[in-house]
Design a protein around this ligand. Sequence first.
Ligand code: F0G
Length: 419
Amino acid sequence: MSSLSLSAEAPSAPPAAVDGVWLECIDCGDAYAPFESVRYTCDCGSLLEVRYDELPTWDAFDGRGVWRYSAALPFEEGVSLPEGDTQFHRVPRLEDEVGVESLRIKHEGMNPTGSFKDRGMTVGVRTAQELGVGRLACASTGNTSAALAAYGARAGLETLVLLPAGKVAAGKVAQASLHGARILEVDGNFDTCLDIVQDLADRGEAYLLNSLNPFRLEGQKTIGLEILEAHKEDYGEYPDRIVLPVGNAGNTAALYKCFRELVQAGAMDRDEVPKLTGVQAAGAAPMVEAIEEGADETRRWDHVETVATAIRIGNPVNAPKALPGIRETGGTAVAVEDDAITQAQRDLAGEGVGVEPASAASLAGLRKLRERGDVADDERVVCLTTGHLLKDPDAAAAAGADPEPVPGDTAGVLDHLGS
Ligand code: F0G
């Protein structure tokens, strides 16, 4: 049975494990010591996961934010700003409109640099310290670069980010720049940037902190833990479904790992596992294609386009971890058009929740699945919103109303308001 199955037994430590922690290939099962050398993938070419011989759960957690869950992470503490403990909004009007039993918004845009990437970076940069590496690097549609720049700065490490030229929202470039990253604007899309940065990492030029790095996903696992805890407290049960935007499918993989470890630990029944539901923009939807076709791999899309630039990705590297997650939890994947994303962004904003376009894809996807009859009336649903409205001020301004020029006197303003 695949170690990625929800029914897989809890693993036991191989000789390579150090203090009960090791890296394990999701395909061939080869194990590696976690911090002996820099390694992102298995010698067979497949993806690695961090594995533990003990899986502490709810009783072992204490404090707030990502490091509340340190018992389920490879370190006691990390390079922290601090991150996690994000809002879990009620959205009564949207809940009514969508017509499900309950709808909550987990707003990951409220992390220190405005996206969920901070959860991954607090662990990822701590890992870099453990390995004693020099320069940190990532390819990015923007948010990863902002997080890497900030956490790298905090740790006093040099950072290098590769961005697709002209396709990164203004707020994100500004963050990477001010936090001190060296920014390379690449003539190509995100997938090209990732190819290059992987080559640089393989040549020892930099330590890779994209979600291909298994340690980053450990931090992102805590999104799931926070949602489950808060949902149980409010409703006495776990959510039936979690809907999230998908780019490289790192979060999808991380949430699935969170659920799998809880099941293996005996802390959650298999039938309590939320259905993982991925949403992509129609112009960049290789994961949706793979789910619809029942494929085990995604096909690389060379031409991708969407207003949701954060998820403008044609070659989701974590697909081998995420596709089983969607399937084994009984979830699905759906593609949404840009105008539906923008409308969802407006409607979330109308509930006071300011998100960037990629984030709004989750609500747009839920709406589409409701229309299709793929989500039942009695479901309790959580939508993940991954980045803050201010990340992409141009998209927000374009989606919102235009400012109205008025004269600089009260009479003139009154006149304008009356007209
Ligand atoms: N939402 C936002 C706001 C993102 O920035 C990203 C990914 C995703 C969703 C998709 O998450 O890759 O785990 O499926 N942004 C990366 C970046 C690619 O470079 O900032 P995923």
